[in-house]
Design a protein around this ligand. Structure first.
Ligand SMILES: C[S@@+](CC[C@H](N)C(=O)[O-])C[C@H]1O[C@@H](n2cnc3c(N)ncnc32)[C@H](O)[C@@H]1O
Length: 236
């Protein structure tokens, strides 16, 4: 059996009771460590709470999937994912590959960044396409195009920021990318850090707003309903 378990955003305690029961029943436990990071992570603390040895694995290990698949043919294996299991597209591949190998798969989900941004007071129903800014973005236009397309429809844009190894892009770097691409210097934006943990949110001008808590993301605002505008005053 392969359990794919979302562990939420804050720390090891955000796992669900169902998720924890599954992990405790497993012979092997892996933590996917490359698509996202918990706000507060300590492997020893996690192993103690989950009662298991946990191996942190990289992209190659998960996408290659051989070891996970071979082990899950004989034993119970859990793959832990920060946030929601399918908040990053890459895990569908592993689930499909397990199914092709006649391995039973159980997904135990959790909340992820795509819904955690609801704390800003923006209506989740008024977001358009989500985009990600890569570190190497000198010739990358698509996040900017996504923002313009969403804006045409009056929709908000959630902008995720690249992670490479232990380096996480800051909201400031993301906003500087948009300024370089030509977004209006007077644009008002929202920056969020550490959602689901010790959260920091600011609503301010694209030129100078910044935060300290990680991981971070950015929201480029579409048309605001007056109730959204009212709520945003909390973060000004
Ligand atoms: C691939 S996405 C997250 C997928 C994850 N499975 C989920 O459902 O949250 C990773 C990006 O989301 C953003 N992010 C993740 N966790 C966050 C948090 N707690 N607060 C703010 N942004 C976060 C960062 O920009 C990060 O680089």
């Amino acid at each position: 059996m392969l359990y794919v378990v979302g562990i939420g955003l804050g720390d090891e305690k955000d796992i669900t009771v169902k998720g924890l029961e599954a992990v405790k029943s497993c012979d092997f436990v892996y933590l996917e460590g490359y698509t996202s990071k918990l706000c507060s992570f300590d492997l020893g603390r996690m192993e103690k709470l989950y009662g298991k040895k946990i191996e942190v694995v990289d992209r190659k290990f998960v996408e290659d999937s051989k070891e996970i698949i071979e082990k899950a043919k004989e034993k119970d294996v859990a793959l832990l994912i920060v946030g929601s299991v399918l908040g990053a597209t890459t895990h569908m591949q592993l689930i499909n590959s397990a199914k092709e190998n006649k391995i039973k798969v159980k997904v135990i989900d959790n909340s992820g960044v795509l819904t955690a941004v609801g704390i800003t007071g923006l209506s989740l129903y008024k977001f358009g396409r989500v985009t990600t800014i890569p570190f190497d973005n000198e010739n990358v236009k698509s996040p900017y195009d996504v923002v313009l397309d969403n804006k045409k429809l009056g929709l908000h844009t959630l902008v995720l920021l690249d992670i490479q190894d232990d380096k996480m892009m800051s909201a400031r770097e993301g906003l500087d990318y948009f300024l370089r691409m030509g977004l209006d210097k007077e644009e008002k934006v929202i920056v969020c850090g550490g959602l689901g943990g010790d959260t920091e949110i600011k609503y301010g001008n694209i030129k100078d707003v910044s935060i300290n808590k990680f991981p971070q993301c950015v929201i480029i605002i579409g048309n605001l309903h007056f109730s959204e505008e009212e709520f945003l005053k909390n973060y000004a």
